[in-house]
Design a protein. Structure first.
Length: 176
């Protein structure tokens, strides 16, 4: 039987779909996984761990809903706590998604947040070993490295090297 290119591409694409495509196809066919296999037990443990971590994150940030408006409202509360010192500065009930996004954008664009970000960046750079009292010239590396070639195109560099060789040859001939 001869296989056309189109059929071959389709076969390759089905092979590339990966683990989750195989799992979904198996579920669709009505097959169940064998709970006694090591792979099933490892996958189950990993899923439980992920769910546990997600639940702890939701509890930590006070977010327990799948509604994106609730998520935006929670982000606004956290940002307003950083900016104003308390969470419930804004009345968020009945606001549309666009209004919530505007509030969050305005909070993140405030001078207080910018200064906090600048302080965090300076702290991180200090931890990495940057000294703020040094000038840019003092922070620059002492050398350029081993034999950095000059700028310009290849032909320009070639002409410069030819001129340099001619100059050296004239000096040698005149001195010799």
């Amino acid at each position: 039987m001869k296989i056309t290119k189109r059929q071959l591409r389709r076969i390759i694409q089905e092979e590339r779909k990966g683990l989750w495509a195989n799992i979904h196809a198996k579920k669709k066919r009505g097959e169940k996984s064998n709970p006694n296999t090591k792979a099933y037990q490892d996958a189950k443990k990993a899923g439980q761990k992920i769910n546990k971590e997600a639940d702890s994150m939701h509890e930590e940030f006070g977010y327990n809903s799948d509604d994106p408006r609730d998520e935006l409202a929670n982000q606004i509360r956290m940002a307003s706590k950083d900016v104003h010192g308390r969470k419930d500065v804004y009345d968020l009930e009945g606001k549309t998604m666009e209004e919530l996004e505007d509030i969050l954008y305005d909070l993140n664009d405030s001078d207080v947040v910018r200064s906090l970000q600048r302080m965090d960046r300076d702290d991180m750079e200090d931890q990495m070993g940057r000294d703020q009292e040094l000038s840019r010239a003092e922070m620059a590396p002492g050398r350029q490295g081993m034999g950095r070639r000059p700028g310009g195109s290849k032909s320009q560099r070639r002409m410069e090297s030819i001129r340099r060789i001619k100059r050296i040859m004239k000096e040698v001939l005149n001195n010799g």
